[in-house]
Design a protein around this ligand. Structure first.
Ligand code: G6P
Length: 559
């Protein structure tokens, strides 16, 4: 690879030393368990705190030297300066010539952009007014009935964050309003949702930063037709549609053109990326579900992490370490994926949210200047709520070839007050999975266990090979005292900043997502072909032509 196409990190002395250090750790077969034996303080030293979240980095392939070299790498790529630039409001999203100022939504005062704070405060005040009006029953539907259901119509960043947080804060939901999220262009999604609802008591939030996203426009249009069609007096609905539709968008005119009252369009701004937007009015469904005081606690939890990132030395800066460890495993240990394992059913949507946050931000093959990156960038992010995964994919985590670094997320207090015992089982499983990944089991241990259980010698010896677990597989454990709005805000912000750290190390833009456009462009001609447009069909590749031909024949034969 020519020098001009190499990311800066690769040219640093720290990178070279990290390669040598990794070889040394790998060749010597260094085990995490040995690192604990050598340092009785390891758990305390590598257990950091950010707000109310304790982050245990001790179960990593991480020595004092690793940490030192990773911090040197961060300094060599000017991470402190990059953080300053981000917080100062520089156009860090260079391909779209924009800053990335989601931190301003949770309190950061950006001196270079003095217009932001009044706009943010005004939007929060408007959210408060709307939430109060709906909950107090001042805001009513076309027939005068109180709103009972709020349906968010949005996709990607206009869905995943609000849906995840609303789900996670289940225990804080206010009475009276049920929340729903519709994202997929598959008509089954909207139709399943609407089948449970009464149009007279349903409020739709059409959330789209661009107000041009196919899925959202299709679903919003269909929702409007449903509302009108269901009414006895359709004229009454038509003149009162504004009682059932509000929008959140950076494209106010498009929302107005769709038919939403200008006064009911809440703002997002171009300096907020879609996947970083749940802190803005895109978070309206969250505020509607848990109330504005809780929504503000969510913001405060994130703001605490912003301050931590901006002021804490690199070696004890939690998101910096999260990001540097991600680089360590991706580039030096060739880990192609990363598992997110929340041991909390209420966090079941977290892996999906993080997939967008991490994979849209870090799924890049060119650097900020458009040159090919010479190293691997974002890994595949996946996972699901524990303990379910233990009965499914954990087999691969324990015995598969290669390793998958994992994040375990545990909540100290029970989610259900009257069943402490099951909560203790949940925590016991969480901590034991990370322990099992680290310690593993030798075939000798397995053989002894089998013999102890009465197995005969030959079978014990052969079965032991299958029961051995390599161990030495790294994980981080995040321990929250409670799954409340403040702590959840902190947790999400930790991941946001982690992603930024990785992007700096790899010299890629974390805030654009040009790759998603190609599919949108191509779907127009496929749609035309599905509608019988022969000329459009001829522009498709042979496989698509054949598939569409089959669809048309099969649909034809069933109608
Ligand atoms: O909010 P919208 O403009 O409707 O965008 C919704 C989503 O669509 C896109 O295709 C992007 O990949 C996402 O980053 C974005 O969050």
């Amino acid at each position: 690879m020519a020098d001009s196409t190499m990311v800066r990190a690769l040219q640093t002395e720290a990178w070279r030393q990290l390669q040598a250090h990794q070889s040394q750790l790998s060749n010597s077969g260094t085990r995490i368990t040995e690192l604990f034996a050598q340092d009785p303080q390891r758990s305390a030293t590598l257990g950091l705190t950010c707000g109310n979240i304790h982050v245990d980095f001790s179960k990593h392939l991480l020595t004092t030297q690793t940490l030192m070299l990773l911090v040197q790498l961060a300094e060599a790529v000017d991470l402190p300066q990059a953080i300053t630039d981000l917080f100062r409001g520089d156009a860090v999203n260079n391909t779209e010539c924009r800053p990335a100022l989601h931190m301003a939504l949770r309190g950061l005062d950006v001196e270079t952009h003095p217009d932001i704070k009044p706009d943010v405060d005004d939007a929060l005040a408007r959210m408060q007014t709307l939430v109060d009006a709906v909950h107090s029953g001042t805001w009513r539907g076309y027939s005068g009935k109180i709103i009972r259901d709020v349906v968010n119509i949005g996709i990607g960043g206009s869905d995943l964050g609000p849906a995840m947080v609303t789900r996670a804060l289940r225990a804080n939901h206010l009475d009276g309003i049920r929340s729903h999220f519709v994202s997929n262009v598959d008509p089954a999604h909207l139709s399943n949702c609407l089948s449970q609802l009464n149009p007279e008591t349903t409020l739709f939030v059409v959330a789209s930063k661009s107000f041009g996203t196919l899925e959202t426009m299709q679903n919003a249009g269909q929702a409007r037709r449903w509302l009108i069609a269901a009414a006895d007096d359709q004229e009454q609905v038509r003149v009162n549609l504004h009682k059932h539709f509000i929008a959140v968008s950076a494209n106010k005119q498009a929302a107005v053109d769709f038919g939403i009252e200008a006064s009911q369009v809440f703002p997002v701004w171009d300096w907020v990326g879609g996947r970083f937007s749940l802190w803005s009015a895109i978070g309206l469904p969250i505020a509607m579900a848990v109330g504005m005081p809780r929504f503000r606690e969510l913001l405060a939890g994130a703001e605490l992490v912003d301050q931590h990132v901006a002021t804490t030395p690199l070696a004890s800066n939690v998101p910096v370490l999260m990001g540097l460890l991600a680089v360590w495993y991706r580039n030096f240990w060739d880990a192609g994926s990363h598992a997110v394992l929340p041991y909390a059913q209420d966090l079941e949507l977290l892996p999906g949210f993080l997939q967008q946050l991490e994979m849209e931000s870090l799924g890049k093959s060119v650097d900020r200047d458009g040159e090919a990156v010479a190293i691997s960038t974002g890994p595949v992010i996946w996972g699901s709520a524990g303990t379910n995964g233990q009965h499914s994919f954990h087999q691969l985590l324990h015995q598969g070839t290669g390793f998958v670094p994992a994040d375990f997320i545990a909540i100290a207090s029970p989610s259900v007050a009257d069943n402490l015992q099951q909560h203790q089982h949940l925590l016991a499983n969480c901590f034991s999975q990370s322990r099992a990944l680290m310690e593993g089991k030798t075939s000798q241990q397995a053989e002894q266990e089998l013999l102890g259980a009465g197995e005969d010698g030959a079978r014990a010896a052969s079965l032991a090979k299958h029961k051995a677990v390599p161990g030495n597989r790294p994980s981080t454990t995040f321990l929250l005292d409670n799954l409340n709005a403040f702590n959840l805000g902190s947790l999400i912000a930790l991941y946001e900043h982690k992603v930024f750290v990785q992007s700096v190390a790899w010299n890629i833009n974390a805030f654009d997502q040009w790759g998603v456009e190609i599919g949108k462009q191509l779907s127009a001609s496929a749609f035309a072909a599905l509608n019988g447009d022969e000329a459009a069909a001829q522009t498709l590749d042979p496989s698509s032509q054949a598939l569409i031909g089959l669809c048309l024949r099969q649909a034809g034969s069933t109608t």
